[in-house]
Write a new protein. Structure first.
Length: 258
């Protein structure tokens, strides 16, 4: 009888840290279970924790005075929420809403900022992720203005699929209209078009991705741009970490034989 390898969720951002940096950081983290619809912060709220998703994802949502909302970014196992803490800020300008349930690591804001102050490597990683986030927000703004809804929905579904363990997404018309900033009728037309092309199956608030490659072709270029920026950031971190560790090892050898 064959054995199965259990799914082991991780956070790619934290995994990019050297072990000597990651171990003390993880020692101050706790694992929590995020639930669908859980509100982590409203605009103006104090940020109590930095949260690093393991197998969940969290939407960052801009709220207008009229009450209208638009998702400007999302964070899953590739990132974190609570990025204002990196800049020394204590409050959130955006709503933080759990859209995909699952486990996450969290660390108190005070402890997180203490680690940032002690670790230039961690601080550098978080600042690079901040740059990725700013690019994603800028890309989303341009995308919402210039690209067709069908392509935008394909991009959003791909981003969500990347952060979900499984093919099925739990999404309603109301939720999608809020995230994409359009009327529900527009969501119906776009979802129907993607379904007719055999890319998704949409029934009773559940979307199943049926043709991932086709969905990537249907998406605007913004999705590939987001991925490229993130991958470039990780490559930069990897190169800097390798150089730092090599330099540290050389220093140890010089001291030992000096």
């Amino acid at each position: 009888m064959g054995s199965t390898i259990p799914f082991s969720p991780t956070n790619r951002l934290l995994d990019s840290l050297p072990e000597k940096e990651k171990e003390p950081f993880l020692a101050d983290c706790e694992t929590v279970e995020m639930t669908f619809g859980q509100l982590l912060a409203e605009p103006g709220d104090n940020i109590s924790y930095a949260v690093f998703p393991l197998d969940c994802f969290i939407s960052l949502i801009a709220t207008l005075a009229s009450g209208d909302q638009l998702e400007v970014s999302m964070a899953g196992k590739e990132g974190m929420v609570g990025i204002p803490l990196v800049l020394g800020a204590q409050t959130s300008a955006l709503q933080m809403l759990v859209q995909g349930a699952g486990p996450a690591l969290r660390i108190s804001s005070a402890s997180f900022q203490n680690h940032l102050a002690r670790s230039p490597i961690l601080e550098g990683l978080m600042k690079r992720y901040l740059n990725v986030l700013l690019n994603q927000i800028s890309q989303s703004a341009a995308c919402a203005h210039y690209h067709a809804l069908e392509a935008r929905m394909a991009r959003w579904l791909l981003m969500t699929h990347d952060r979900t363990h499984g093919e099925q997404l739990h999404l309603t018309h109301e939720f999608l209209s809020s995230m994409l900033g359009v009327r529900r009728a527009g969501i119906t037309l776009a979802a129907t078009a993607l379904q007719r092309r055999g890319l998704i199956n949409y029934q009773r608030g559940r979307i199943t991705v049926q043709n991932r490659a086709g969905l990537e072709e249907a998406s605007c270029q913004c999705y590939a741009t987001d991925c490229d920026i993130y991958d470039e950031m990780l490559e930069q971190v990897s190169r800097r970490t390798s150089i730092s560790e090599s330099s540290h090892a050389q220093d140890k050898r010089s001291f030992h034989f000096g």
